[in-house]
Design a protein around this ligand. Sequence first.
Ligand SMILES: NC(=O)c1ccc[n+]([C@@H]2O[C@H](COP(=O)([O-])OP(=O)(O)OC[C@H]3O[C@@H](n4cnc5c(N)ncnc54)[C@H](OP(=O)(O)O)[C@@H]3O)[C@@H](O)[C@H]2O)c1
Length: 351
Amino acid sequence: MMVKVGIINVTGYVGMELARLLHQHPQVELASITGRSAVGQRLGEVLPHLADIDLAIEPELGEVTLVFSALPHKTSVEAVAAALERGIKVIDTSADFRLKDAKEYQRWYDFTHPAPQLLSEAVYGLAELNRHQIASSRLVANPGCYPTGAILALAPALKEGLIEPDIIVDAKSGVSGAGRTLSLGTHFAEANENVSAYALEGHRHLPEITQELSGLNPALPLAVTFVPHLVPMSRGILTTCYAKLKEGWDGKGELEKGRGDFEKGMRELYREFYRGEPFIRVVDAPPQTKQTLGTNLCLIYPTIDPRTQRLIIVSCIDNLVKGGAGQALQSMNLMLGLPEVTALEGSAVYP
Ligand SMILES: NC(=O)c1ccc[n+]([C@@H]2O[C@H](COP(=O)([O-])OP(=O)(O)OC[C@H]3O[C@@H](n4cnc5c(N)ncnc54)[C@H](OP(=O)(O)O)[C@@H]3O)[C@@H](O)[C@H]2O)c1
């Protein structure tokens, strides 16, 4: 029997990507979609590329077993709490349940969290690190797009104690990361043929990155600098992380003999950490965003700078798939006891 699922707010980029992926799922039926501005219209009228999905956009969620909320932060929390009250499992793609400390919402999102009791219950939906907790959860906080690329890149090095706590995360995102709502910075003439750093005063994904990385190695007093950049492409995030290797791992002796073996050893360590992970590929050359376009893959390339004894890790994801809707669907598969990869396999669209 097909499991009925819904999407709250199908008209945003994450909502529509969820609809596209769910429509390919053989064991799940997309049974209810909601929206605000397009209520009453057929999905294909509003989003012609999804015309194969014969559903109307409703004001309220129908009868489903599991729902995705693709609302903006602050507005998602109430929809999520209401769905849980009805006994519906929820995957929230917004930031509203990602942070464990309610005070952090005041500080970073400028609002008083109205359901702090749910924060401790919410499971951070990074399957590679929290698979079992996701499977038994009724509320999953789907990770942010930047944190997904950064955490997956750094997790092996932190967990194995290879690096010092001073970490730099330098990330570049395509424009869809900012969502569909219009803003000056994402206009074609502003973003095209232009690259800019932003949120240097502190991006909202920083507390999420720090929270999750700290959990991997609580003894390490992390100091993370995170600088996001906007680049003129539709999708994709390329993240480059830098951290000094710890003594013993800095390869001073080995490097004198040759950098190749040391690098190979580091890649083997990463491969061992992610052994059996269907969506992680530890690659032998610096990855490019297009190699993940439309896929749920995260490509990871760890290397070293022998001059500074720094570990450099480059990762790539599609922000709307592994960084959003795809990862949410991966969690749904786990929560419903379905094979984790269902409806998420396939190669990248290239070029
Ligand atoms: N974009 C990404 O790469 C990405 C990745 C991971 C997570 N996320 C998160 O996923 C969520 C959705 O992101 P998105 O990029 O899909 O956003 P988006 O494209 O900007 O979509 C926003 C949609 O939300 C609706 N909306 C805006 N304000 C609302 C309100 N006050 N009440 C109800 N509906 C409202 C609008 O729908 P109407 O058409 O009905 O007005 C609009 O279509 C966000 O929380 C975001 O942080 C985004």
